[in-house]
Design a binder for this molecule. Structure first.
Ligand code: NCD
Length: 327
């Protein structure tokens, strides 16, 4: 595995399995009275968030703290970014402070890739524009495997605003690597032009796809990224692409319903569906912490990042699932 996690498309099957298996071990930690490991003691993880976030930022913070890292939370609002400071100068500041890992969320696709040229620590993409959100795809895969017992051979539908969704992109690539088959579903205006080159099927008809699904993943319409009229009205969108109680009956009994959040209840998913036994929405959030711990552990846990004064390696309280996967 490389030093950075920028794209789910870069993960080999062995890398992805190492992360999921390590997360499985780490998930048991949460059941202990003190859910903490000393693995990253003396390491610094910076959360660099240029876009709003609830789940992802809190999840990375909890993950780093459970591994005993020092965490610095940086949000663009209230920082010198508001005074026009560039990403490069912000990166150099973080570098000067000795960040071992930078978790970045940015509105520009490709920002984490640029950042990786400027800092010596690991860069973890927590969502860049409409490009990728690899840890979300990993926590989704982890959740599917826990609920359904496997990933290989499963049929997954990803439904909604695909064109603006970094969650959809990361999931299409990761699920393909893990042996599942994906169908993206939405109105033609919300599917990217390049979808033909993605490793998935395409459908415009949600009701026709549901009877063959093991997993249906609903996505929010990203109003903040809509620059045009992509569909006649929210009501019309919801009628054709929303998952309501009637449509859920088309799913096989074992099928699960996922959503990365934030949900627009009553638009892409009915409240009764979001709160039903099929829904994994809350589990996805819980699982996100274990998966992000696994990513931090595998990227940082083995060796100290290249620093002028490397921290003393800590006693490892947990062996990596695959010792070759740390680098
Ligand atoms: C997603 C994101 O930010 O890309 N949310 C998340 O990370 N859980 C999806 C969204 O904003 O709709």
């Amino acid at each position: 595995m490389s030093r950075h996690l920028i794209s789910a498309a870069d993960l080999s099957l062995a890398d992805a399995m190492a992360i999921l298996d390590t997360a499985e071990e780490l998930a048991h930690l949460a059941e202990r009275p003190i859910p903490k490991l000393p693995t990253l003691r003396g390491r610094t993880v910076v959360n660099l968030f240029y876009e709003d976030s609830t789940r992802t930022r809190i999840s990375f913070e909890a993950a780093a703290k459970r591994l005993s890292a020092d965490v610095i939370n940086f949000s663009a609002k209230g920082s010198s970014v508001a005074k026009g400071e560039s990403l490069k100068d912000t990166a150099l500041t973080l570098q000067a402070m000795g960040a071992d890992a930078v978790v970045i969320r940015h509105g520009a696709s490709g920002a984490p890739h640029r950042l990786a040229d400027w800092v010596r620590g690991s860069v973890i993409n927590a969502g860049d524009g409409t490009h990728e959100h690899p840890t979300q795809a990993l926590l989704d895969a982890f959740t599917i495997r826990r609920r359904l017992g496997r990933l290989g051979g499963l049929r997954v539908a990803i439904v909604g605003d695909i064109v603006h969704s970094r969650v959809a992109r990361s999931n299409v690539w990761l699920l393909r690597t893990l042996g599942a088959s994906v169908t993206v579903v939405g109105p033609p205006t919300l599917l990217p032009l390049a979808v033909g080159s993605w490793p998935c099927e395409v459908s415009y008809n949600l009701s026709a796809v549901l009877p063959d699904c093991d997993v249906v993943m609903m996505l929010r319409v990203q109003q903040e990224r809509l620059t045009d009229a992509y569909f006649p009205s929210i009501r019309e969108y919801s009628r054709r692409y929303g998952l309501d109680a009637d449509r859920v009956r088309l799913l096989p009994d074992h099928a699960i319903v996922m959503h990365p959040g934030p949900m627009n209840r009553g638009v892409e998913i009915a409240a009764a569906v979001a709160d039903s036994a099929r829904s994994t929405v809350v589990e996805q959030v819980t699982n996100g912490v274990a998966v992000r711990m696994a990513v931090l552990y595998l990227l940082l846990g083995g060796q100290p990042a290249e620093r002028a004064q490397p921290a003393q390696p800590q006693a490892q309280a947990l062996e990596p699932a695959s010792s070759g996967a740390a680098r």
